[in-house]
Design a binder for this molecule. Structure first.
Ligand SMILES: Cc1ncc(COP(=O)(O)O)c(C=O)c1O
Length: 484
């Protein structure tokens, strides 16, 4: 496949865009990302004219794919032709908010912003303003955007900023707990209940693969927050108007959060975020209340038009049934492939750091699929890699173990191993993994996990890496091994 133009564009981009991209995750897959020329239904065409099935779908917003239905297209065109924006209110914002309030159980009022990050930032501010408390509880491995209060890693006892540039004082007030662990969050409320402003949680953890809630977990969070006078904030930036259809994940799980954050789908492909909730809480935002909130582009008319037309299209057509059916087909197909090869032995290696563990599944070598599943369980459930998302990498993408992974991860993963000599990879595996991590995640430091071939247990590899210079400079990579 010819990808010369993407490579050339990346070279150009590296001179003027930090890391060649405008969102850190877009730098993958390396050695150079695919530059897109156009979308086409369920496909994208890259700058060289190659056509791909689009597993990314804008990272969530494109509920209807790239070819918008006529009504959505017309709504966007009409609004664009009427002048881009005004900095004054429009009827469209009311209509969009009425739609949200009509369909989402917990939403009475809405405040629009321009991204999911802005939505979670404002929701946390509102919770703090409402309660007069500073602490918030978040889930290890959850993601709520690039904001100071949630870029935190560690556990309830020992946590700190997960990014340079975030004051320790911010992280001090954010308590990470393992998702699905009712005892852990109960203990945190017993210790700090009077200081906690809110629990901020994704209904389904969606940024480290897909982790569904265990029965009773969200009910526990609901009870704890209510009993301690804290707010329950559901981050439905990903699940909103996708999981659970028009009622969102909260209708699927039967939980009524105090506040909900939205993004992605509700903008129909244009930049958006929103906070929704009960009137008494929402009216604590300015100009009614004292919690400052404002934005030049908030409620942008083109976004509101695209979002409203998209949601109305979904309400009038069987969009969710169709999309869910496609998802079922994909999962079923993958599971069938896995079932067919499950008796074979696989060598699996799990590696990564706190932010991005990698799971390499090497079909040419030995290790039961179950080991891979165990390793994932270790990553997810026992909290060995807080802040983690898991990437599956394999020589043959169809040979995946029966676990849920996000489709964009697969794309990244496939590139990691493509073209590598698997024998050499296996022989030098821990070093290779450490090196590939260091190469691909230059700013990261942390623990990696690998499956020990002899004992089939998971051990940890420490990957320490730092850059001496940013641009073209020598890179110092320091990786040793420790077993856990
Ligand atoms: C659950 C969740 N919350 C918040 C965000 C941040 O949204 P944005 O990238 O629009 O700022 C994301 C982004 O993927 C997300 O997945």
């Amino acid at each position: 496949m010819n990808r010369e133009t993407s490579r050339d564009l990346y070279d150009r981009a590296l001179d003027v865009l930090v890391g060649g991209v405008n969102s850190a995750v877009r730098a993958a897959p390396q050695p150079y990302p695919t530059f897109v020329r156009t979308g086409d239904g369920g496909h994208v065409v890259d700058a060289d004219g190659n056509r791909y099935v689009d597993w990314v779908m804008g990272l969530g917003p494109l509920l209807l794919g790239h070819d918008l239905p006529d009504a959505v297209e017309a709504g966007v065109q009409r609004r664009t032709s009427e002048g881009p924006m005004y900095g004054l209110p429009t009827e469209l914002e009311i209509e969009h908010a009425e739609f949200l309030a009509r369909h989402v159980p917990s939403v009475e009022m809405v405040r629009y912003v321009n991204s999911g990050t802005e939505a979670t930032t404002s929701a946390v501010r509102l919770a703090r303003g409402h309660t007069g408390r500073d602490k918030i509880v978040v889930m290890q491995s959850g993601y709520h955007g690039a904001q100071e209060s949630t870029l935190v890693e560690g556990d309830s006892e020992d946590h700190g900023p997960s990014s340079a540039g975030i004051p320790a004082a911010f992280a001090e007030h954010t308590i990470p707990v393992p998702f699905n662990d009712t005892d852990a969050v109960t203990e945190v409320f017993e210790a700090h209940g009077d200081d906690i402003a809110c629990v901020l949680v994704e209904p389904i953890l969606a940024n480290k693969g897909i982790v569904a809630p265990v029965d009773g977990y969200h009910e526990t969070l609901r009870d704890l927050t209510r009993d301690h006078g804290a707010l329950l904030v559901w981050d439905e930036v990903i699940t909103g108007f996708r999981v659970g259809g028009l009622g969102c994940a909260q209708s699927k799980y039967g939980i009524t959060p105090d506040l909900t954050t939205f993004g992605k789908v509700i903008g129909g492909g244009y930049p958006v975020g929103a906070i929704g909730g009960r009137t008494d809480l929402m009216e604590e935002f300015t100009p009614v209340g004292d919690v400052f909130q404002a934005g030049t582009f908030s409620g942008h008319p083109v976004t509101m038009a695209a979002g409203l037309e998209t949601l109305e299209y979904a309400a009038e057509n069987d969009v969710y049934e169709h999309v869910n059916d496609l998802g079922r087909q994909l999962r079923g197909g993958l599971q069938a492939v896995v079932a067919a090869v499950a008796d074979d032995l696989y060598r699996a290696a799990v590696a990564g750091n706190r932010r991005l563990p990698w799971l390499l599944v090497d079909e040419a070598h030995a290790c039961a699929t179950g080991v891979a599943a165990d390793a994932i369980e270790t990553l997810y459930t026992r909290g060995r890699a807080p802040g983690a998302s898991v990437v599956l990498a394999t020589q043959r993408p169809s040979a995946l173990p029966e676990v849920a992974v996000s489709q964009s991860d697969l794309l990244v993963a496939h590139r990691l191993t493509a073209g590598k000599d698997v024998d050499a990879l296996a022989a030098t595996r821990p070093t290779y993994l450490a090196e590939s991590l260091a190469e691909r995640l230059p700013a990261r430091t942390g623990d990696a996990l690998v499956v020990d071939d002899a004992t089939e247990t998971v051990c940890s590899v420490r990957v320490r890496e730092r850059r001496t210079e940013h641009h073209g400079g020598e890179r110092v990579v320091d990786h040793g091994e420790t077993t856990a």
